[in-house]
Design a protein around this ligand. Structure first.
Ligand code: ATP
Ligand code: MG
Length: 741
């Protein structure tokens, strides 16, 4: 499509055009996915410039990411054929920074102030806790960091904070918040939350400055409006106050950041916050095939409390949504990469293919597979599996056990988790090591033999642990070894504490990553094999080209589009996430459903959904996974389901919900397990020969639907370890074995 500055309005439909041409006053475009909201904003920007209603620096455009801002800038600049570097297009944070750079002294900052990132934030808070003697064993420094961020998202300063006896550690929090804020100013720094808060402070305090910006910004444009938080809304209201021209686009069905303070009520209260808005709905979807659109719309209709809209499309019918169930994750990854190879051989560009995950840890088996078949990929908005902090930590432990001269590994983990062995002590080790030409590990041993400091005990324990683990490595396999390390080093405990205290997506995903890590070890015969593999994988990581497949979380996929979308891990508990439902009940479930809607609507041509029946972390629990309830919420006639595992019945979840006649929204995990057990018992009665069950003996030849024939090695409770003739040994529920067929 060639879009130039003269005929751009022809590239819009009637409603879009109305939205673009309604330049003055408040406009809200409330519309579903792929209906051209972002396109309207871009064209509106262009329109304002072409019609000379504003000069480039008089338009303020707020987007969700800096990448989206760059995209918008380049599209407008291409259409206009002139550079527009000076434009105010960016995220709330980057635009706030731009404002503050001219007025830093008004909020107590000095010239060249620095923005600190989350790591530095945490360091500062830790230091404050130390100095103030605030115990961080039970409630960690990280907890305070998150709590302060959340308060800032709501625009609450420490002065306004009153201790609440129902909230944990409020007095400490207020104290830390206050000192933290004073310290930031003292060292001439601001954190991300401050950027927006300081702007608001500035606007409140200095009417002249506020007026200047209100006058400057003739027009304000906002993308992804459904996901802005309270403080961002205030920020907009201040700047809108002058010319009163604002155009926001959003979709209540795509609000997926409530855990970060996003408040969809901003969207619902638009007419209260901005005067006499024109509300426009866009109903035509240009992105997806009819089938994809219909499926996503049917799914989202299950949510209550939505504006309610139905999109239509002139696009072709398209193919059905392909849903595949597998027994284990490896098969899932192989299936997806096989399909991708097919697409590529049919000339689909890699950049039109994306795999989306609910849980970041689940990229691992896909990454392994992509690497092994030599397809390049990138992870959008996150780290590759083996680059994640907790994985690198665990690998460092294993490397040091494997080779005590590995100084890099030693340095990485000597104080992780905290053992009070800081930089000073490490420097001393370094001196000894250099002088005697020995490893840091040996230097540490030397150190405790010649000194008597209060950390000696910790160092001794660490050294002892490494030596013990070395012995374990000789007797047991690398999986056992890793589990012992996780326990003895207190690393797992440290992650669990973080998870309990923080409940952020990062802290929650760390344990998932560790579980996935243990799972990955199973692919190798021994530690050497594993470490060698990691070395190779890391090497491959630095070697990527531009043309790649994209892997990302569903959250990270907002606003993007691809021809082919693979949605992996659609299992109950994973998606919808058990944690969201446990913590926020029906609200949590509805947010998960919106996430499913976002995920499905990223696709232009075709969607593949996969799930795995075997529990992903089978050593942790003997449960089976059920296919996600969202699969059942898709229109049956628009999906094609292929399940190569047991739970081949598409209506399985429906049936088992009906079984107890309760609403599917209300199933707690405990309840679910109970139901599942009942269902298994019913299955058992129907399908199995009771006598065969009780008559099974060690040594019996049995048949398993998936693994074929084998012989029982031993029986333990309701499970048997079976040596299958195809060459694998597996623990299987007895009820799934047929005796002596
Ligand atoms: P999301 O809710 O996912 O952010 P959106 O509403 O912002 O979606 P866009 O990304 O703006 O939708 O548009 C979706 C796709 O449809 C884009 O490829 C866009 O170029 C195309 N599109 C939108 N409107 C039109 C139109 N009038 N004619 C042709 N293509 C269009
Ligand atoms: Mg968009």
């Amino acid at each position: 499509m060639s879009e130039n500055s003269n005929n751009y309005l022809n590239f819009l439909n009637k409603q879009q055009r109305k939205a673009v041409e309604n330049t003055f006053g408040a406009t809200l475009i409330l519309a579903g996915a792929g209906s051209g909201k972002t396109r309207v904003l871009t064209f509106k920007l262009l329109h304002l410039l072409v019609k000379k209603l504003a000069s480039p620096n008089q338009i303020l455009a707020v987007t969700f990411t800096n990448k989206a801002a760059a995209e918008m800038k380049s599209r407008v600049s291409n259409m206009l054929n002139f550079p527009i570097d000076k434009m105010w297009i960016g995220t709330f944070h980057s635009l706030s920074l731009k404002i503050l750079k001219s007025h830093y002294e008004k909020v107590g900052l000095k010239k060249n102030f620095i923005i600190i990132d989350a790591d530095d934030q945490l360091k500062l808070i830790k230091k404050i806790c130390e100095i103030e003697k605030i115990d961080t064993k039970e409630v960690s420094a990280k907890y305070y960091q998150i709590a302060i961020d959340r308060l800032k998202n709501k625009g609450i300063s420490y002065k306004e904070l009153k201790p609440n006896k129902y909230r944990q550690n409020d007095e400490e929090l207020i104290k830390i918040y206050k000192i933290y804020q004073e310290e930031l100013l003292r060292i001439n720094c601001a954190d991300f939350g401050d950027l927006i808060l300081f702007c608001i402070k500035l606007f409140k305090k200095d009417e002249e400055i506020l007026k200047k910006y209100q006058k400057l910004f003739k027009f304000i444009l906002v993308d992804e409006y459904q996901d802005i938080n309270l403080i961002q809304q205030r920020w907009l209201e201040y700047l809108y106050g002058g010319n009163k021209n604002i155009c926001c686009v959003g979709d209540d069905d795509q609000s997926i950041y409530s855990w970060r303070g996003a408040d969809v009520s901003n969207l619902l209260n638009f007419d209260k916050n901005f005067s006499k808005p024109l509300i426009i709905r866009l109903e035509q979807n240009y992105r997806s095939t009819k089938n994809i659109l219909e499926s996503a719309s049917t799914l989202i209709e299950k949510n209550k409390g939505r504006y309610g809209k139905r999109l239509w499309s002139e696009n072709k019918e398209g193919e059905k949504i392909i849903i595949n169930g597998f027994w284990e994750t490896k098969e899932e990854a192989t299936f997806v990469t096989d399909k991708i190879e097919n697409l590529i051989s049919n000339k689909t560009p890699l950049s039109e293919i994306a795999i989306l995950f609910r849980v970041a840890a689940h990229t691992r088996s896909f990454e392994e597979r992509l690497i092994s078949i030599g397809l390049s990929y990138k992870i959008i908005g996150g780290f590759r599996f083996y680059e994640r902090k907790e994985i690198k930590d665990m690998i460092a432990y294993l490397r040091l056990v494997n080779n005590q001269s590995d100084d890099l590994a030693f340095e990485r983990i000597i104080n992780v988790p905290k053992r009070g062995i800081g930089k000073t002590t490490l420097n001393k080790f370094n001196l000894i090591a250099r002088k005697k030409n020995i490893s840091l590990f040996d230097a540490a041993r030397e150190f405790i033999s010649i000194t008597n400091t209060k950390t000696n005990n910790e160092i001794f324990n660490f050294v002892q642990n490494i030596l013990n683990w070395k012995k374990i490595k000789e007797k047991f396999d690398h999986i056992e070894l890793s589990k012992v390390i996780l326990e003895d080093s207190k690393y797992l405990q440290y992650l669990e504490k973080e998870e309990k205290n923080l409940k952020t997506p990062e802290s929650l995903s760390r344990i998932d990553n560790i579980n996935e890590f243990l799972e990955s070890l199973k692919d190798f015969e021994n530690l050497d094999g594993f470490l060698e593999h990691v070395g190779l994988v890391m090497e491959n990581i630095t070697n990527t080209s531009n043309e790649t497949i994209s892997l990302m979380t569903m959250h990270g996929s907002k606003g993007l589009e691809f021809d082919y979308i693979f949605l992996a891990g659609w299992e109950e508990g994973v998606f919808p996430s058990q944690k969201s439902i446990e913590e926020s009940g029906n609200k949590g479930l509805e947010e998960e459903r919106r996430l499913a809607y976002v995920a499905l609507t990223r696709a232009k041509q075709k969607v593949f959904i996969t799930y795995v029946n075997q529990n992903r972390y089978s050593y942790a629990s003997h449960d089976y996974n059920m296919p996600s309830r969202f699969i059942n919420e898709l229109p049956k006639e628009l999906i094609e389901l292929n399940d190569s595992s047991y739970l081949a019945d598409n209506n399985f979840l429906d049936e088992f919900i009906k079984l107890e006649n309760i609403s599917d929204d209300l199933i707690t995990p405990g309840r679910k397990r109970l139901l599942k057990k009942q269902k298994e018992e019913i299955d058992w009665d129907i399908n199995q020969d009771i006598d065969a069950y009780s008559n099974l003996n060690e040594g019996d030849r049995v048949f398993h639907q998936k693994f074929g024939y084998g012989r029982i090695l031993y029986i333990e409770g309701d499970k048997a370890e079976v040596d299958f003739e195809k060459g694998s040994i597996k623990k299987i529920f007895i009820k799934f074995l047929k005796v002596n067929p």
